[in-house]
Design a protein around this ligand. Structure first.
Ligand code: PAF
Length: 282
């Protein structure tokens, strides 16, 4: 695996290599990331992963400084997964000066759910992803980028960005990897104590129950969501949201849509000091 740090080095490494399939990450890799690398390998001539903890997408009180940085283990795992090029820019490579131009995504999609509880998050994500896309794809005439469904709203925001800017990039969605009890793999699971890890299964279970109840139409959706929030609180969580949305635009489904439209249950909740997110398509 070829490791590069600057955009110029990356473009040199990509010359004559064909269409890249790109997996952007913030490192601290787990099996979920590696499954995205496997997916990327099926869709491009050269597989590129990036590791960059992007300060623009963290709020001042969030975990930018303590975000786990596991360089050695990440490199070994990417190498074993068959990644060809690792792009690991230093802060000065991506942000050589203050990033005063930022990409503000459509508020109709980005100001709800994660964007409501983490204001500015999607501006930070879109700004860095556009810059990473420029680094990887500007000299290759486009390619493929792989994002996980675990960050469902992020995936939708990026898909919309690519579509609206007519970027020559195909976005491929990777399924969420889970442990046996249902907990979605996440870099932030590493913050959980052994006891919290057991308790953390409750988030995916709550989403499954909510999805089932929403489709059965046993109660108005808003009441089901309130009930789901109360049940999670009773288990010691501090939930931000547990909700059912239309998959096409993340808007609240009508009664008719609830019966048959493609939907997704999304949740974010804090267990102790750790904020976890998850979702379930149904
Ligand atoms: O999902 C992530 O790890 C990050 O939001 C991303 C897409 C790498 C941008 O920093």
């Amino acid at each position: 695996m070829h490791i590069v740090h600057s955009i110029a080095e990356l473009r040199t490494a990509l010359a004559q290599r064909g269409r890249p399939a790109f997996v952007p990450t913030m490192g601290n890799l787990h099996a979920g990331h590696l499954s995205l690398v496997q997916l990327a390998r099926q869709h491009g001539d050269v597989t590129v992963a990036s590791i960059f903890v992007n300060r623009l997408q963290f709020l001042p009180h969030e975990d930018f400084d303590s975000y786990p940085r596991t360089w050695g283990a990440d490199c070994s795992q990417l190498q074993a997964a068959g990644c060809d090029i690792l792009f690991a820019p230093r802060e000065a490579d991506l942000y050589p000066e203050a990033q005063t131009f930022k990409l503000h995504p459509d508020p109709a999609l980005a100001d709800m759910l994660e964007g409501h509880f983490r204001p500015g998050f999607f501006t930070g994500v879109c700004t860095v992803v556009l810059k990473l896309f420029s680094a990887v794809f500007a000299t290759t005439g486009g390619g493929v980028a792989v994002f996980g469904k675990k960050d469902y709203q992020q995936l939708m925001v990026i898909e919309r960005m690519v579509q609206q800017f007519a970027l020559p990039i195909t976005i491929i969605a990777g399924e969420t990897a889970r442990v046996a009890g249902g907990l979605a793999l996440s870099s932030r699971n590493g913050y959980l104590s052994a006891m919290e890890l057991e308790q953390a299964m409750a988030l995916s279970q709550a989403l499954r129950q909510l999805a089932h109840a929403a489709r059965s139409g046993s109660m108005p959706l808003a009441d089901l969501e309130t009930q789901a929030l109360d049940q999670l609180r009773a288990l010691g969580w501090a939930p931000d949201y547990l909700t059912v949305r239309q998959r096409c635009d993340l808007q609240i489904p009508s009664a008719a849509a609830l019966q048959q439209a493609p939907l997704v249950a999304l949740g974010a909740a804090r267990l102790g000091n750790t904020r976890l997110i998850d979702n379930l398509e149904f």
